[in-house]
Write a new protein. Sequence first.
Length: 155
Amino acid sequence: MGVGRCVVLGVMLLGFGPAVHAVNKCVDGAGRVTYTDEPCSEGRVARRLVLPPPPDPAEVAAAQLRAERLVAEAKAFTARQEAEMAARRRQQAQERQAEERAARQAARLAEADYRSVVRPLHGMSRPWLPPPRTQPLPLPERRERPVLQAPYPPR
């Protein structure tokens, strides 16, 4: 192998090294920022940014699989939470219905007990006492006092 061939082979191998992309950040006098891969024009402050090489396709595929797995786990977690909330709401509705049934039953028993005591008193068809109130009496309307148009004369 000749020296020329070694030099050409060496230059070719250097070209296939890790790909590092360089970007210039140019800032003009007004403070506007421009990113370019070419040198900045005159009158601009330049700063060279070195970007890492793009990720390996195998790494990208592995990261995508991890992301899909995490999304699936999040969806499963959300579905489990929603199912638990629905079960909790059903349980609360059943408890509320049971309390309402118990309150109605207690009211029926109280009414039956009331009627069993009051009706036989005088053998009347109408009860002697009025039925118990389930709702409070409404408050009387509040009337405004008339406002005096002129004050009393001084004495």
